[in-house]
Design a protein around this ligand. Structure first.
Ligand SMILES: [Zn+2]
Ligand SMILES: [Zn+2]
Length: 446
């Protein structure tokens, strides 16, 4: 029987189904995770064991050199049939997980291909995750940099029609993370992976806010697993900053645990909250402005510092202060009604407003349940002590910034390359990226 005490390990969960303390049963579809020096060599052995005779390796021009050729040779030496799909960048020199790249990969999946291998970082994984799911092929993961927690996850964040949405797909059947390879990855990608992990402080707190205020289903096991993964990274911050194999092992294990925690509950709530909504908002704005994309984890790390600031402000407020802040807003008529939310979404999202309205249940014809809206202010006051405890457990913005600084990651929007105006817009509009309760939504009342 698996227990919460094993939440800091990966192997016990692989291929398992668990009747959880939260009342749900969870299963982890990943069967094998190899995080080790020389892990690439384990891939052909595993493919043979599973009887996959024909593989398609998916790379871009960088990962072809970093790992693709070596893996190709290893597979050929093991008598596997193997072909290559080199995804091409767009006219701006970028590779995005969008319609163009999805079709490029689909055209390369012949009827004989049994397993598709993502060799790269986040984008290549997202495209392979989606296509292997749709085309019913096995999916193997070969991360070339420890840059995101999405390797192990189910959802594929894709950009369809310029809107970033997470499409349900499948987790990899197996992950082969070669530490020698990860240790060679650019420092900025390592810092980004660390930033994606630091964001768990605020995503976990956001999830708890949903639980406290709306009785949202909450799984202590998944939350604990994410916290263990986060602790592994924070405790080994100097090794991670140095890019040592030990540091890469801890970071990759942390990222994988975060991914598995999402698999357990079947959604990204443990690992993605307001900090991810900010990051997604910045990404969509950059896309609309045809600007070069920023690293996901770099954005998440900086956004987590911003969220921690909101948490600090909330934790400093007494119940009385909250009650009077809410009363003042109501007296001014400064509250978010469905009508005002609709106006804000239209103002903040331009050409993709309809998709955002739909995400928030705010299509033109059906207004959201406004009873919930009317009750919320009173409930906030009544449950403030519990809310305040959640807020007080988030590290300070200065602590998060100091941690990012130690891995040489950006800590401010200026260092990241996001202008103050975009930050301001995102603090107002990013909460609508997902219909999910976060500190940004809470902050609207304070
Ligand atoms: Zn992330
Ligand atoms: Zn559970």
């Amino acid at each position: 029987m698996l227990s919460v005490e094993q939440a800091g390990q990966i192997d016990p969960w692989l291929g398992q189904s668990v009747d959880c303390v939260c009342g749900k049963s969870h299963s982890v579809s990943i069967r094998k995770v190899v995080i080790d020096s020389g892990a690439l060599a384990a891939l052909p052995v595993y493919a043979q064991e599973r009887g996959y005779g024909e593989l398609l390796l998916v790379v871009d021009k960088n990962t072809l050199e970093a790992a693709g050729r070596e893996l190709l040779e290893l597979c050929e030496a093991a008598q596997l049939k193997v072909s290559l799909c080199v995804l091409t960048a767009d006219e701006h020199g970028e590779l995005a997980a969008d319609e163009r790249v999805i079709v490029q990969l689909m055209l390369n999946v012949t009827s004989a291909v049994q397993a598709i291998v993502a060799v790269g970082s986040g984008t290549i994984h997202d495209v392979v995750r989606f296509v292997s799911h749709k085309m019913d092929r096995a999916f193997f993961s070969v991360p070339t940099a420890p840059s995101v927690d999405g390797f192990a996850s189910v959802g594929a964040p894709l950009i369809i029609g310029g809107f970033k949405q997470t499409i349900p797909a499948c987790a990899p059947e197996a992950i082969f993370a070669d530490l020698a390879l990860l240790a060679k990855s650019p420092k900025a990608l390592i810092a980004a992976g660390f930033g994606d992990m630091l964001g768990k402080y605020t995503s976990l707190a956001d999830w708890q806010l949903g639980q406290v205020l709306f009785g949202e289903p909450y799984c202590e096991l998944a939350a604990h697993m994410t916290r263990q993964g986060l602790a592994m990274c924070v405790d080994n911050i100097d090794e991670i900053a140095a890019g040592s194999e030990l540091g890469m092992r801890k970071l990759m294990e942390g990222l994988t645990l975060s991914g598995i925690s999402m698999l357990l509950v079947g959604h990204s709530r443990p690992a993605s909250g307001g900090e991810h909504h900010l990051s997604h908002f910045w990404e969509m704005r950059f896309l609309q402005q045809q600007r070069r994309a920023l690293l996901h984890g770099a954005k998440v790390g900086v956004a987590a510092v911003q969220m921690a600031r909101l948490y600090e402000a909330a934790a400093a407020m007494s119940k009385e202060a909250v009650a009077s802040a809410i009363a003042e807003r109501q007296a001014r008529g400064d509250v978010l009604t469905p009508g005002r939310m609709r106006e804000k979404i239209q103002a903040g999202y331009g050409s993709i407003a309809d998709q955002v309205l739909a995400e928030n249940g705010l299509t033109v014809l059906d207004a959201i349940d406004s009873a919930e809206q009317q009750e919320l202010p009173q409930r906030l006051v009544e449950r403030w002590e519990a809310v305040r405890t959640v807020c007080g457990n988030v590290p300070s913005s200065e602590q998060l910034a100091a941690a990012l600084r130690r891995v040489a990651g950006p800590t401010t929007v200026a260092e990241l390359g996001v202008e103050p105006e975009l930050l301001q817009d995102s603090m107002e509009y990013a909460m609508y990226v997902r219909n999910r309760y976060t500190i940004i939504r809470l902050h609207q009342w304070l």
